[in-house]
Design a protein around this ligand. Structure first.
Ligand code: SF4
Length: 337
């Protein structure tokens, strides 16, 4: 054991391993010949702060791929090994995932008419029964990668309509999942703000569901707005926000409460990733959304002690890890290690 080793052990033994001897402590090593047991004493502490500045990187308890996305990717990979297949739209809103699928020979088409392979896959976001009918009329027997929780949202809305409720979807207009949910009901309202709700016509009964990736707090707030805007109407709400979204939303809230900065990893077009960033911004201002580690900037880690990391449901583990690795480098540089 060298003298330097012993210093390190002093700090380990005293729980001070993040300190440096040259800055803070003078230590004495004594060794008793009879026992050969080294005994360490800190004999003087100098009037400096005990701990060096450190930056801790904290990962959200729940983040990254959900089971719906994972299953859809596996299905696409499996189907691609059987022959040419086209996915109708982005299977998930993540460029690296889509690039890896295209590298396997999978093609992407935006409309059924543009599909040139004999086999076609519907994405995890699902589609309307009307679109399924169009696909069948074109001779396709679609491979269905729709998440079971999106199917559940479709069933909930269908049931509400069959009971005589006017359909309302709380979600982002134009999003693939929302287009699919609303696509079978001509009168379906799609709302995402109190203004959207105030623009609706009065009805006797509203049947309300939500896009699976909406934050539940916002959804509940908008359901209350429907109730107060139309006090004479019967409003029935079925909670179709999926459990992975709820877990990720709760986790990012916890993360934002304890961190100075939150990094959200995920595709720029991913709704659930954008919602994680929005929720974090309800608590702190230093929130950054990135698709890859190259986008991280030195100044984002300056002056902070805790950086939180979370990721959308379509972000692969490799991307999350690459971002964490890069953050560790930036953090080490920021504290001068
Ligand atoms: S976010 Fe929810 S609904 Fe969407 S694929 Fe994942 S589990 Fe399914």
């Amino acid at each position: 054991m060298t003298w330097n080793d012993s210093i390190v052990w002093v700090f380990r033994d005293f729980g001070l391993h993040d300190c440096r001897f040259k800055d803070y402590y003078v230590a004495l090593l004594l060794q008793f010949p009879s026992t050969h047991t080294p005994i360490y004493f800190v004999i003087q502490s100098i009037d400096y702060p005990i701990h060096r500045q450190t930056i801790q990187i904290i990962k959200a308890t729940h983040m990254g791929f959900c089971f719906g996305v994972r299953d859809a990717i596996h299905l696409a990979q499996e189907e691609s090994s059987k022959g040419p297949v086209t996915i109708l739209g982005d299977l998930v809103h993540n460029r690296s995932v889509m690039a890896s699928l295209e590298a396997r020979g999978i093609t992407i088409a935006r409309t059924p008419e543009a599909v040139e392979t004999p086999r076609l896959m519907v994405t995890a976001h699902g589609t309307s029964d009307r679109t399924r009918q169009v696909l069948e009329n074109l001779g396709f027997n679609p491979i269905d990668a729709t998440c079971p929780l999106v199917h559940h949202a479709h069933r909930s809305l269908r049931r509400l309509v069959s009971m005589g409720y006017h359909p309302v979807v709380i979600g982002k207009r134009g999003h693939t999942e929302v287009l699919g949910l609303a696509g079978d009901f001509d009168q379906c309202e799609v709302v995402l703000s109190p203004e959207d709700i105030r623009a609706m016509k009065p009805r006797a009964r509203f049947g309300v569901i939500a896009q699976t990736t909406q934050p539940l707090e916002r959804v509940r707030g908008l359901v209350d707005t429907i109730r107060t805007t139309f006090p004479d109407a019967e409003v029935r709400f079925e909670d179709t926000v999926c459990q992975p979204t709820k877990l990720r939303q709760n986790s990012v809230r916890e993360l934002a409460r304890q961190c100075d900065v939150v990094i959200v990893v995920g595709g720029k077009h991913s709704n659930n990733t954008a919602e994680l960033a929005r929720t974090a911004r309800d608590h702190i201002t230093r929130v950054h959304q990135v698709e890859s580690p190259e986008e991280l900037r030195d100044e984002w880690v300056q002056g902070c002690s805790k950086i939180g990391v979370t990721a959308g449901t379509s972000t692969p583990e490799e991307t999350i890890q690459a971002v964490v690795d890069r953050l560790e480098e930036l953090a080490a540089r920021a504290v001068g290690e």
